[in-house]
Design a protein around this ligand. Structure first.
Ligand code: GRF
Length: 220
């Protein structure tokens, strides 16, 4: 059996996606060791969740840095010191310097609440509703210097109902995020997913389109 995947998580808030990863590990669906939870916010609930689970945490306050890049490099040095195999951005609300990201290429993923490439950035639910979309969803993608622009690994979709508002849509999507993210991380832990110059490969075969979360599994 391969060694458990060493995972660091970077998050700014509530941490429900991190909690979903923890729960997947508890259910023995994710052979992982959480080596660090890092945040830019000292009062982020995600830190409490980590501490209750006995996982090391670190906080780096951006207000103590006048220089954005210096902040990012310090943060990533700190994360690197915990020697993760994978860094998961789970609701990290800052834009990261491209150069600070370079050493993490192929080892860093993000969960974003839209069907990328639609609606990079903020207010994704509102924008999907305003556009009159009939379908919405969440994406897990490899992180590159382009904001929410790296190669998409997998998506979960849901229909937009006529009476949906921003809150109901977010509330219906979140449980899907909680299934999608651990499923993708489990593929990485199993060594089945990689990012190369050809793009994302699963079981050594290029992904022509994102995997789709359907009926409790990821399908090609
Ligand atoms: C999620 O909607 C995620 O897709 C987005 O930020 C939110 C984080 O929620 N990137 P939580 O902190 O995991 O509860």
């Amino acid at each position: 059996m391969p060694a458990p995947l060493r995972i660091a998580v970077l998050a700014s808030g509530r941490g429900s996606n991190f909690a979903a990863l923890l729960a997947a590990r508890e259910r023995k669906e994710l052979p992982a060791e959480f080596v660090l939870v890092a945040s830019d916010k000292a009062d982020a609930p995600v830190l409490q969740l980590a501490q209750s689970a006995g996982i090391p945490t670190t906080v780096l306050d951006p207000r103590e840095y006048t220089d954005r890049r210096a902040y990012d490099f310090t943060l990533f040095d700190r994360i690197g010191a915990s020697k993760p195999d994978l860094l998961v951005l789970a609701g990290f609300m800052r834009i990261i310097d491209g150069e600070a990201l370079t050493p993490w290429a192929g080892r860093m993923i993000n969960i974003h609440p839209s069907l990328l490439p639609k609606y990079r950035g903020l207010h994704t639910h509102r924008r999907a509703l305003k556009a009159g979309d009939v379908e919405h969803g969440a994406s897990v993608h490899y992180v590159t210097a382009e904001l929410d622009g790296g190669p998409v690994i997998a998506q979960a979709m849901l229909s937009i109902e006529t009476d949906d508002d921003e809150n109901t849509l977010a509330a219906r999507l979140l449980p899907l995020e909680h299934q999608l993210l651990p499923a993708v991380v489990a593929l990485i832990a199993a060594g089945r997913l990689t990012l190369s110059e050809q793009g994302v490969t699963l079981d050594d075969e290029p992904l022509r389109k994102p995997l789709r979360w359907q009926d409790g599994e990821l399908i090609r």
